[in-house]
Each structure stands twice: as C-alpha cells, then as structure tokens.
Ligand binder design. Structure first.
Ligand SMILES: Nc1ncnc2c1ncn2[C@@H]1O[C@H](COP(=O)(O)OP(=O)(O)OP(=O)(O)O)[C@@H](O)[C@H]1O
Ligand SMILES: [Mg+2]
Length: 212
C-alpha cells in the first residue's frame, strides 16, 4: 500500500491497450466525486525522468538491451517516485500513473528476458517498500493493440518496433503478473468498445477502493 492519505493507482498493458484513454475517464470520474487527482506517466512523470524517457522511447528498437533498459527505467522511476508521486500522495492526492513497475517486469523481464529476481532487486533499491494500491492491467490481443497504437502520432515508436513475438511475451507477462498478485491487480478485458472498457475500469476501482 502507498501508506498515505492518497491512493496510488497504476494502469498497465501493452501498446495501444487504451491506458491513456482510460486514465482520462478515470480521473474525470474521481474528480466528480470530489477527489483531488494527479495524473502522471512512465517512463517520465518528473523533469529528470522525462529526460530519461526521451532516451527510452525514441530511436531504434535495439538501442538498449534488457539490462540497460531496466536500469534506465528504474533510474527514471526513482526520480518520478521521489519528486512527483510521494509528494502528491503526501498532499492527499490520488495519483494515477500511466505505466509503472509492472511495465518493466513485462517488457524488460518477460519481453527481453531480464531475470525477474534482478528486477525485484532493482525495485527494492529504487522503490523499496512501496507499491500501488491498485493496478489495472488492460489486456487485449497483440495485433489489436499494435493496430490501435499505429495511429498514434509522434516519434515514440521504439517499443512498437520490436515485433509481434516480443509483444506476445509482454502480454503473457502482464497476465502472469495479474495472476500472481491478485490482491493488487485486476486484469481487465480491453478488447471491447471504449465505453465498455471504461465501465469495467470504474467497476474495478469501485470494488477495490470503495469509490464511485
Ligand atoms: N476500446 C477501444 N476500442 C477502440 N479504440 C480504442 C479503444 N481504446 C483506445 N482506443 C484508441 O486506440 C488508440 C490507442 O489508445 P491509447 O492511446 O489510450 O492506448 P495506450 O495504451 O495509452 O497506448 P500506448 O501504449 O501506445 O501509450 C487511440 O487512438 C484510442 O483512441
Ligand atoms: Mg498511452
């Protein structure tokens, strides 16, 4: 548990799963309940971490191996946690993050084969005894997600370029994480119209955190 006045919610899932879309719905919904919400994202979410994001999400797919990528992700995560997430929670805000540590477990761990115990060792070092109160994992077929992500504009295509087989391992990884940590995680079927996924997200938040 985040262990503060606020709550820490993370949205996870592969490319084009609908994380950014659903975070906006969830934030609007919580704000209508009078909750003070801070939206953030990874990699990034603080000035220092956004600098690292640029290295991670642009350029060729093979720019870094899984180990280097995991180290950069946790360096960014540490800064994000200390400069953005913890201060917001201490102010009593509910923080919703577009990706967090499960993305490192899924992409660098399951995707690139970086050893899980090493990821957990880095987690201990960078994050310590802190975890999301609730993690919503948006699940859908790889092809559907990649097709949705392909229409997104901009230069942040590094992970999309890694291919179907890589992304299938990522999807399987997210599903394994949800199965291994059912108290923290809810697996949401995101292969449905936006409004249906929104209802599933709001239902999960209501059930787990008692709002809505
Ligand atoms: N349930 C849905 N059905 C169809 N299209 C969707 C759905 N959810 C989101 N989209 C569309 O798919 C695209 C990707 O959605 P979104 O940006 O929310 O995904 P994301 O998980 O944040 O992706 P990324 O990993 O690339 O950041 C957007 O154009 C969005 O409008
Ligand atoms: Mg997004």
């Amino acid at each position: 548990m985040a262990g503060t006045n606020g709550r820490f919610i993370t949205l996870e899932g592969g490319e084009g799963a609908g994380k950014s879309t659903q975070i906006r719905f969830l934030a609007d919904h919580l704000r209508r309940q009078g909750i003070d919400v801070a939206m953030t994202r990874e990699p990034g979410g603080s000035p220092g971490a956004e600098l690292i994001r640029k290295l991670l999400v642009e350029g060729p797919g093979d720019a870094w191996d899984g180990t280097t990528e995991a180290l950069l992700m946790f360096a960014a995560r540490r800064d994000h946690l200390e400069r953005t997430i913890r201060p917001a929670l201490a102010r009593g805000q509910w923080v919703i993050s577009d990706r967090f540590a499960d993305s490192t477990r899924a992409y660098q761990g399951y995707g690139h084969g970086f050893a899980h115990e090493r990821i957990e060792a880095l987690y201990q070092l960078a994050v310590g005894d802190f975890a999301p109160d609730l993690t919503l994992i948006l699940d859908l077929p790889v092809e559907t997600g990649l097709a949705r992500a392909a229409v997104r504009h901009g230069t942040e295509h590094r992970f999309e370029s890694l291919g179907q087989v890589f992304h299938q391992r990522v999807r399987d990884g997210f599903r394994a994480i949800a199965a291994a940590e059912p108290q923290r995680c809810v697996l949401i079927d995101a292969d449905a119209p936006i409004e249906t996924v929104r209802d599933r997200v709001l239902q999960a938040v209501t059930q787990r955190l008692g709002v809505g």
